[in-house]
Design a protein around this ligand. Structure first.
Ligand code: ADP
Ligand code: MG
Length: 308
């Protein structure tokens, strides 16, 4: 790496077109005794402010690792990642506490993990505000406003056990947004819900994104959700592999056009879908040639003498 780190960090965070979330060549290695797991291996990701996007991928592809890093719950091992003006690799512990409290809200898959069981819905929403030093009255007023936004005004005095799974997740969204963070992260928020209930939760996320401009990143398996966001990024083996972008913004009942792209990283690497590799019998090497306005990739049957 010959790039000047500081200059690059500055270029990542400055300028009106700079992405809100910008990860480049991001690595996360989990070490335990003798075992090393590379959960993220050179991940690239850009998310614009106000975007609503989904991350999909097989189990173990690194989705939760990425989300935990974005949430400030875990620190990356190497690479670059900025959110707004903050550099998540170099943040101090104090910065991290502030980041978690003000910059991001997080919704877990397990409904039980999001809420304090002995508090009512309204009390649950006031907790993050109390921790941030808000007055009880201001916290209560905002909690009511947020519960109204997620459609739970009537249920505000109920405890989690007196709410359905979908209602609990909607309270969890209100809790996540209590301190008005610009970023909302959700790790399979509808993973434990049936499809009708999942839809309610997703409606709330869509509406909040539209009305408040909060940037939303959702990890999901839900096919329905992936059809309704602006952009779907697929992860494979700790990297982003493909991106699906809607040409028209979604509105109910309208079939939006979707284009699928392979992600090309800074070094020019891209992932060719497994089924293409299999059908062309491409193994460890491929011939790559420029074919006018496109690139051709062929299997390397004969010995290659041209070198690199
Ligand atoms: P996903 O959410 O896409 O299923 P994860 O991010 O949870 O994937 O995991 C990615 C890889 O990292 C997996 O191989 C997983 O076993 C490993 N991993 C995740 N968390 C830890 C951890 N705390 N310690 C060790 N390995 C982990
Ligand atoms: Mg996961």
């Amino acid at each position: 790496m010959t790039t000047n780190g500081n200059a690059l960090a500055a270029s990542l965070t400055e300028g009106p077109d700079a992405p809100y979330i910008h990860a480049e060549d991001l690595f996360k290695i989990y070490k335990s005794d003798e075992l090393e797991v590379v959960a993220l291996r050179g991940l690239d990701l850009r998310v614009q402010r106000g975007e609503m996007m989904a991350i999909v991928g097989a189990s173990g592809s690194g989705k939760s690792t990425l989300l935990n890093i974005l949430a400030g719950l875990d620190q990356p091992s190497a690479g670059r990642i900025t959110v707004g003006s903050r550099d998540l690799l170099t943040m101090t512990d104090d910065d991290l506490v502030d980041y978690r409290r003000r910059e991001v809200g997080f919704v877990w898959q397990q409904t039980g993990r999001n809420l304090i069981p002995y508090l009512t819905a309204e009390e649950n929403v006031t907790v993050p505000m109390a921790l941030d030093g808000r007055s009880a009255r201001a916290a209560r007023d905002r909690a009511r406003m947020l519960l109204e936004q997620v459609g739970l005004t009537e249920e505000r005095r109920r405890r989690p056990t007196e709410l359905s799974g979908g209602q609990q997740q909607r309270v969890a969204i209100a809790v996540a947004l209590a301190n008005n963070p610009p970023l909302l992260l959700a790790d399979e928020p509808t993973g434990e819900l049936d499809s009708a209930t999942a839809d309610e939760v997703f409606d709330v996320l869509t509406r909040l994104n539209r009305d408040t401009g909060v940037t939303v990143v959702i990890v999901t398996h839900d096919r329905e959700i992936t059809r309704r966001v602006d952009r779907v990024v697929a992860m494979r083996d700790g990297r982003t592999s493909t991106e699906i972008i809607r040409r028209a913004s979604f509105s109910r009942g309208q079939q939006a056009q979707a284009d699928e792209y392979a992600v090309v990283d800074r070094s020019g690497r891209l992932q060719i879908p497994r089924e293409y590799l299999d059908s062309l019998a491409i193994g460890r090497r491929a011939r790559v040639t420029l074919g006018g306005d496109h690139v051709e990739v062929r299997s390397d049957e004969e010995p290659e003498e041209a070198g690199r």
